[in-house]
Ligand binder design. Structure first.
Ligand code: PLP
Length: 431
């Protein structure tokens, strides 16, 4: 294998980005109010039309290069996973538990890839035995373990090798590479480790995988990152003499959460990255390679609302505080405790009820006995009263299953799926 010298620093292009479109707020509030009345609060409402529209937009802008793989971790609701069948190309799971959820929702194992830095024997054995599409190898330890299991089962497991590049551009909410990281094989070590994996007889390397940055609202950063991927994929494929069947691009596509943030313009991303992807595709080695965008929040985040009802209002030293029935326990991310460095309010609104109280500043808190249970500070809203309903936006990803729902034993959040105007109780977490 030749020495890998991969420079991953680049200058960015600077396209223009239009504003986020707002939907039909009256129709939306009617549905949210009905969902809360029928199924209670706190609750999540997932609108599948929004997911379908976002998937359609992805395919229109980027579909000529990419298939789409949905990261189950972002929303493992079984009804949603079932709805996605036949619409989304693949699923990516990160545990044996997510594999079971995907299978129960009707997904064939060969459509599923399995990422995660700490895969254990009891979860590897059943997924390999079931005919998992691709195991995403994150270390030599894991490769050896998977090889031994596959050998015992008399199988050859297709694998993708996850690579951690040495650089992630600025502009991502979280970096999984470019610094010490548990995820994947560092590019600096690839030269030494990859041939050892390639030599394992019961694994077959069919491609590479990179997921190095998440939640970016900066198209230039996203394109710059994908250019890094293209360089890594090109160099490693040449070095391994690999003609990949599949290459996974961890998309990094972010969603607006906070007031003032704007939606990504996919067309502008496509325009900026087109020459790079076309040139890559023109290389004979990659002519038959399937490129896959792996993502979660971009598809499902904006399709979800988190509903919480005001239980009590307190006027405290000049601040009006609305204390609600669901807070950090039911929606950790919106409370700012899921990786946010400085807490900022999510976009939220008071669900219309036909009255129009004057606007006032509020703090919005949850039911927990801790001051970090806060969903909003200094938010201008129509004067809130007991019984009012509040909807937090972009709540369809990293919701109930990413929240400490058992802390202080309040009721678990319900989940409602709205498809073609029909509401269905799809609550997963039961007491
Ligand atoms: C390996 C991997 N794939 C997919 C995702 C999904 O990311 P997002 O929901 O930001 O699209 C993540 C998020 O951390 C991840 O680590």
């Amino acid at each position: 294998m030749s020495r890998l010298r991969i420079s991953t620093r680049r200058t960015a292009s600077q396209p223009l980005w239009p504003r986020l479109r707002d939907g039909d707020s009256c129709g939306r509030d009617r549905i949210l109010a009905q969902a809360a009345a029928r199924f209670g609060t706190p609750s999540y409402v997932y609108v599948t039309d929004v997911i379908a529209a976002r998937l359609g937009a992805l395919r229109t802008a980027l579909g000529r290069w990419f298939s789409v793989s949905f990261a189950v971790k972002s929303n493992p609701n079984p009804a949603l996973l079932g709805w996605m069948q036949g619409k989304v190309d693949y699923l990516d799971i990160s545990s044996g538990g997510e594999f079971e959820l995907a299978q129960t929702a009707g997904w064939q194992p060969d459509r599923i890839s399995f990422t995660g830095p700490a895969k254990r024997e009891p979860e590897l054995r059943p997924v390999i035995a079931a005919g998992l599409g691709e195991l995403v190898i994150e270390s030599l330890r894991e490769a050896r373990l998977a090889n031994a299991i596959a050998a015992e089962l008399g199988m050859v497991q297709p694998v993708l090798i996850r690579i951690a590049p040495d650089h992630v551009p600025k502009g991502f909410g979280d970096h999984m590479a470019g610094r010490p990281s548990p995820f994947g094989i560092d590019i600096e070590d690839a030269e030494q480790i990859l041939p050892q994996i390639a030599a394992l007889p019961n694994l077959r390397i069919i491609g590479l995988h990179i997921y190095s940055g998440t939640q970016s609202l900066k198209p230039d950063a996203i394109c710059e990152n994908w250019r890094i991927f293209l360089e890594v994929f090109t160099h490693l494929s040449e070095a391994l003499d690999l003609t990949p069947e599949k290459l996974i691009f961890g998309s990094g596509l972010g969603i607006p959460h906070h007031p003032g943030e704007v939606e990504l313009d996919l067309d502008a991303i496509a325009q900026s990255i087109a020459p790079d992807l076309d040139a890559f595709r023109a290389l004979p080695r990659f002519a038959g390679t399937r490129l896959v965008l792996e993502l979660g929040r971009y598809l499902v985040g904006p399709a979800g609302y988190f509903l919480t009802r005001v239980v009590s209002v307190k006027q405290s030293r000049g601040t009006r505080i609305a204390i609600c029935d669901g807070g950090m326990n039911a929606n950790l991310a919106a409370s700012g405790n899921f990786g946010m460095v400085i807490r900022r309010n999510y976009v939220l609104h008071r669900v219309e009820d036909g009255t129009a109280p004057p606007e006032e500043k509020h703090d919005i808190t949850g039911p927990l006995c801790t001051s970090i249970d806060k969903l909003g500070s200094g938010v201008m809203l129509p004067r809130l009263e007991e019984g009012d309903l509040i909807a937090l936006h972009a709540a369809g990803a990293y919701g109930p299953t990413a929240s400490p729902v058992y802390f202080i034993s309040h009721p678990l959040p319900s989940e409602i799926m709205v498809t073609d105007g029909q509401m269905q109780d799809v609550t997963r977490l039961r007491p």
